[in-house]
Each structure stands twice: as C-alpha cells, then as structure tokens.
Design a protein around this ligand. Structure first.
Ligand code: GLV
Length: 308
C-alpha cells in the first residue's frame, strides 16, 4: 500500500523526506507520479486537482496537509472516508506572529510614518494606551483563539464575534446576529480567520464591512473569497475604511492587474501568514495513519458538510 502526497504549489520533497524518516517501510507516491491507483491507502494532500480523490478505490482516509480544507468543497463526489485536519502549533504560531506584527504596525502608525518619510516629514503621531486599542477576531477556531490570546497578552483590548456559546480568557465575546453590528462598530482592527464555506463566501460584503469605522483596518489571513474584494476597494476608495492587509485572495497567485497591488491603503502578502513545517506537522499525519491502522478514530476530523 502507499501514501499519496500532494501540496499544491508548495511541493512535496520536505513532506516526503519527513514522512519516510518516520515510516521507513512505507511507499510514498508524490502526485502526479502514481504508478498504481489501487495502492493508495492514504491521501495526504492539499489543493489536489478536482475529481482526483474519487479515483483511488482503496483509500482509507484523506489527511489534509494545510489548515483549510475548502478545496474539498469543489468536489462533486468525495470518497466516503474520514477527512482529518492538520493541526500544527508551528503554523498557528507563525500566523499569530503575522497578526501581532500588523496590529502593531497600525497601532503605532508605522503606515503613516512610511508616508511621512516619502515627504520628509518629521512628526510624532499620538496613539492611545494599548488597552484602548480594539482588535476583533472573526473566526474563533484554534487559530483565531490563539491569535486572540496573544493579542490580549500583549495588552490590546480583544473581542471576537461568535455564533455559538464559547468562553475564551481575556477575549470579550459578541454573540449572534444581533451583536454583529456593535462588534464591528467598536473596532480599530478586524482580523478575519473565518474558514471559507458556503456560509462564509462573500460574508464580508459592502454592508457588513461598512459597519466598521472609517479609521478601521482589515487583516485577512483565511481565504480571499470570504471578503467581497470589490466592496472592500469601494470602501477604501471612498474613505470609509482605513486600510487592509491582504494575505489571501479569491484568485491566487494574485493576477498582475489586480487593483490591490497598487492601492495606497493596501498591503499585499503572498498567502504567507504562516508556513507549515513538514518536520513538525508530519507527527500528526503519522499519528493518524497509525490510529486508523489500529482501528481507532483519527483526530481532529474535518466535517465536509460544515466546511471546517
Ligand atoms: C493555507 O492556507 C492552509 O490552508 O494551510
């Protein structure tokens, strides 16, 4: 039997090496080199081309190599096997660091100083005490929770909007549809960590983004399609939003003629808020392969009907 590896544009060399080190007797196929489809027992994949997963008759599980499983939503027929999410503390740490960096950037007005420098202006800009700077998290899963904790430990006033009951230390929760508008209205920075599902596609549309104050900034690190990019541009152009850091886009790589590249209020990064480290992330893969072979349930499961 064999393990199929595929990691989109990121390549599989490091995964293959790390996996082979832990499971030396295992056969590993790196897609698209698949000598025999019947051999494939586990598909450890991210962004595998549509339709491919249904072509492995002996598949026992799909093990995600990335945090998001939204690429599976494109499938019309998913094999009826468990889908296992990848949990890697290292990538969560990186994403947290990315957010701490950009929140500090806005809080301490580094975006303004960059502009002032171009004009040779030497002028201090005041900022509020850190516990009055309000950062909100949309998407309080394991990544969003960690980001919220880190921001709160740094001193920011952190809140999150949630649909169902949750308790997170030092994070003020706004709950349900009726508390969405007050949540948005009080923010200095909104961080979007919502997974892309049929419910969140275009969730941050003109109306919802318009609830933010005109000075507010948006940081998007989950999926581009959660935000209506046109609506975001219109609000920025109209002076109804203060800025945006966009790490993810509806179409990636970002097309060269996309408006965001040259927008003075937008910082673009190339889907790089966090990096998955095969050397550490492979542990959860191996653990789940061994669990399944021992007849145990893999963990944590991805729910294709919810999309996360
Ligand atoms: C990256 O976006 C991932 O899903 O890991």
């Amino acid at each position: 039997m064999a393990i199929l590896l595929y990691n989109g544009d990121f390549g599989t060399d490091a995964w293959s090496e790390a996996l082979q080190q832990q499971l030396p007797d295992e056969t590993i196929y790196c897609y698209p080199q698949v000598p025999n489809r019947e051999d494939v027992e586990f598909a450890a994949v991210w962004n595998l081309p549509q339709g491919e997963l249904a072509t492995y008759p002996n598949l026992r599980a799909i093990l995600l190599l990335g945090a998001g499983g939204d690429f599976l939503m494109r499938e019309t027929r998913l094999p009826n096997v468990p889908i296992v999410r990848l949990v890697d503390d290292a990538v969560i740490g990186d994403m947290t660091q990315y957010c701490l960096y950009w929140v500090a950037h806005y809080y301490r007005n580094f975006h303004e100083y960059a502009r002032q420098q171009l004009e040779g202006v030497w002028k201090r800009i005041e900022y509020p005490p850190i516990d009055e700077y309000r950062v909100g998290i949309l998407g309080l899963g394991n990544i969003g929770t960690e980001i919220g904790r880190a921001l709160s430990c740094t001193g920011y006033q952190v809140s999150a909007w949630v649909q169902s009951h949750r308790e997170v230390d030092q994070v003020k929760l706004y709950k349900g549809v009726e508390e969405f508008a007050p949540f948005m209205a009080q923010l200095d920075v909104l961080i979007n960590v919502l997974p892309l599902t049929s419910n969140t596609h275009g969730f941050l549309n003109s109306e919802r983004l318009g609830l933010l104050g005109t000075h507010a900034k948006v940081i998007n690190i989950s999926r581009g399609a959660v935000i209506d990019e046109r609506a975001l541009k219109s609000l920025l152009d109209a002076g109804k939003l203060g800025g945006a850091v966009l790490d993810v886009f509806a179409s990636e790589p970002l097309p060269s003629d996309h408006w965001a590249w040259a927008h003075p209020l937008v910082q673009v990064t190339p889907h790089s808020s966090g990096q998955t480290y095969p050397r550490s992330a492979v542990n959860s893969l191996v653990d789940n392969i061994l669990r399944i072979r021992a007849g145990e349930e893999p963990y944590p499961l991805f729910d294709p009907t919810r999309g996360y």
